[in-house]
Design a protein around this ligand. Structure first.
Ligand SMILES: NC(=O)c1ccc[n+]([C@@H]2O[C@H](COP(=O)([O-])OP(=O)(O)OC[C@H]3O[C@@H](n4cnc5c(N)ncnc54)[C@H](O)[C@@H]3O)[C@@H](O)[C@H]2O)c1
Length: 383
């Protein structure tokens, strides 16, 4: 059983996503299971080099991960011919710097979303990767979540008939930092540092909507800052310069209407932190991160408007839970395995930097729509 070692420079592993999802729950979990098996019997063995700006924090992550290779010198790491892949989960504003350097060094590139806050820069990075001929990919973790996989299965089965609409409701209360610490990094609320809910979440909605339902043709959005002042990690107050809520409508291919509500200033009255409510002529579904409930046309109750009596229908009891998807695995780990197979065995990998650039495009057009208070058409993808 030949082993193919793949050396991955992992930048941003002292952060939330880099450390928890990408290092611990993906790369270390893959090593614990003995690597990624290939169809021909070979096994891919990921060998991470942790990269960052602070040697002592890197040393601590390396130690807790039982790894010994780390560096604060990105240029030197990218100059190492043994490094196969550059991975970037740094804060949004620094992503283009690392991605560009890695492409120029001829490395395969895999990174967190968004690719860039600028649509032009994201398109440029995607084009650079293509012309350099390096394999590349961007994180689309939501597509690998059980709830979304169940929704995808319903779509493929023809369950919905003609699709009518999608309602995406995302959000929860992010503490401002005065009464208790915020549960998200403070840069998320500063535009100058790559913050903002549109920049953070619309890349996710782009790949979910466009992979499952159809390309976004047009968008109207209002992005607002509900909480103007927050308290940072060091207890200092700061002005929130980025949007913390966004209210958008999108028209998709085939006239499917999507409404998207995102807020870090809302209290949850849902079963999950995000829910997609999909209506079609033959059935409807409500999918969250883990669950998906379905209601076919033939089991649709018959509501009659009468506020003078208590509601006679227990609506939730009329839906059926979609069965589990097997095997249930961490979403980030599944996509890492797919990317490693893409790099080593040339297996197909759909979500390249080019598709990431569509996410940055949607962000830019949604923010422009908000500023200009109007619908904006989204250019179709190049054939
Ligand atoms: N896929 C998802 O579901 C998901 C969820 C949350 C965040 N993200 C994305 O992951 C990225 C990281 O988010 P996070 O919540 O882990 O942030 P974080 O603040 O916890 O971590 C950021 C990391 O980047 C490093 N960093 C910050 N500024 C840097 C700079 N100028 N140069 C180099 N490194 C720098 C930090 O040291 C840290 O290691 C963001 O781009 C965010 O959009 C993705």
């Amino acid at each position: 059983m030949p082993t193919k070692t793949v050396t991955i420079a992992m930048n941003g592993v002292t952060g939330r996503m880099g450390r928890n999802q990408h290092l611990a729950r993906s790369i270390l979990a893959i090593r614990e299971q003995g690597g990624v098996p290939l169809a021909n019997g070979d096994v891919i063995w990921p060998e991470p080099i942790l990269v960052g700006r602070d040697a002592s924090r890197l040393a601590a992550v390396a130690k807790e991960s039982s790894l010994d290779r780390y560096s604060t010198d990105l240029t030197a790491v990218l100059g190492d011919p043994d490094v196969d892949i550059y991975f970037d989960a740094t804060a949004t504003a620094s992503r283009p710097v690392g991605v560009r350097a890695a492409i120029e060094a001829g490395k395969a590139v895999y990174c967190e979303k968004p690719l860039s806050a600028s649509a032009a820069e994201a398109a440029e990075l995607a084009a650079l990767a293509r012309s350099a001929g390096v394999k590349n990919g961007i994180v689309t973790d939501k597509l690998f979540l059980p709830g979304i996989l169940k929704l995808g299965r319903a779509l493929r089965s023809g369950f919905f008939g003609r699709l009518l609409s999608v309602r995406c409701d995302f959000g929860y209360w992010v503490f401002e930092g005065q009464l208790e610490p915020s549960q998200r990094p403070s840069w998320n609320y500063r535009r100058e540092d790559g913050g903002g809910i549109v920049l953070d979440m619309f890349p996710h909605w782009q790949y979910v909507l466009e992979t499952l339902f159809g390309d976004v043709r047009s968008v109207i959005c209002r992005a607002v800052t509900h909480i103007p002042e927050r308290v940072d990690e060091h207890g200092s107050p700061y002005t929130a310069t980025a949007d913390d809520a966004a209210y958008a409508l999108m028209e998709l291919d085939g006239g499917v209407m999507a409404s998207v509500t995102c807020s870090w200033a809302t209290r949850v009255w849902r079963d999950e932190l995000v829910e997609f409510h999909v209506d079609g002529t033959l059935g409807s579904a409500v999918a969250g991160l883990r669950e998906c409930h379905l209601q076919p046309r033939s089991a649709t109750p018959r509501p009659v408007w009468n506020p003078d009596i208590p509601n006679p229908i227990d609506f939730r009891s009329t839906w059926v839970a979609a069965p589990p998807v097997e095997p249930e695995e961490n979403a980030f780990k599944q996509q890492w395995e797919a990317f490693l197979r893409h790099v080593v065995a040339d297996e197909p990998f759909e979500h390249t930097l080019e598709s990431g650039a569509r996410g940055s495009l949607l962000v830019e057009l949604a923010l422009r729509s908000s500023r200009e208070r109007r619908w904006i058409d989204v250019p179709p993808r190049e054939a």
